[in-house]
Design a protein around this ligand. Sequence first.
Ligand code: FEO
Length: 397
Amino acid sequence: MNSVKIKDNIYWVGAIDWDVRDFHGYSTNRGTTYNAFLIIDEKITLVDTVKYSLKDDFLNRLKAVVDPEQIDYIVINHVEMDHSGNLPEVVDLVKPEKIICSKMGHKALVEHFHQPDWPYEIAVPGQDISIGEKTLSFMETRMLHWPDSMFTYLKEDKILFSSDAFGQHLATSERFDDEVDPAILMEELTKYYANILTLYSPKVKKLIESVKESGLEIDMIVPDHGVIWRSNPGIALEAYDKWSNNKGDGNALVIYDTMWHSTERMAKDVAAGLQDENISVKLLNLRHNHRSDVMREVLNASAIVLGCPTLNNGLLPRMAGFLMYMSGLRPANKVGAAFGSFGWSGESVKLLNQAMEEMKFDIVDPGFRVKYVPQEEDLAKCVELGRAVGQRLKEVA
Ligand code: FEO
């Protein structure tokens, strides 16, 4: 596949990773892309590079547009290795006049590549860099999602190079939002936010507010993963606005693992109670749903009900792993409840509640446990638990 012209004198020269299926614990079932861009002007400027393993694809696309030695500036919006892995090789090839990065980006680049003498130029927010007919300006986006992260805005073309933000892990031969299935695009945008940005929602909220207040005109949002938002960047901005405000859809999830189907039977009756209250509910068995797909559902959910039996005075390993993952991402503004079966010691419900308390969930009920196998009266209590969660959702709606 060749480079792709995205606007006059601006080219996509990134790489498509059709094979990646695990991105440090996030399941990337549709692969991903590492986007890089070339801006042809008096100072030819490369925005970002790619993961080392795909350096040849990137260099071939780059060379199809320009001789690398003619490149003057390299902008590094983010130092994580999927966007900087082949930077040392590119620097050797290009011998750039400037490597433009944030203040924290400078620090991170030196700490990654141990090249203190590269020609760094710190991008100062609000200070423009002219590259000829076009002008670059910069927005510090510290902790979105690394300390070094920044956006680059190409003023004349109203293009926002947004690094990881607004990205999707989606390998496709198409480069634009209007060329792919919108349902798949939204699914991957949601999953990306849920697994990468949920923890930083307060910062996303401030960023969206400052973009709105500044009146920044955006014709195109150009992330470093997935497709470019050219038809309607507002879709991505509105979605980030909603998620960063922790607005759930009023629905519930029953997330569980089970040993001998007792907790599974309980889960089904908790769901039945939610349905009695006309609450939309999904049952997510952790044996069959990857934690990162479950987090995608958590992002839009208003209630999380957790079910797990007790194993060795603790939780089943899949639930323990999921709780560690979810606690790290810190979803906010959720109603919570817990249940589970046990044989003798029975700590699981207490542990589930503790984890939800730490995430400041609104726990509607202390939850309950059932010894070995639930009887009819136990299952009736499960229905009641589901109803109690549903009623709380209606109160807080
Ligand atoms: Fe796509 Fe934070 O790297």
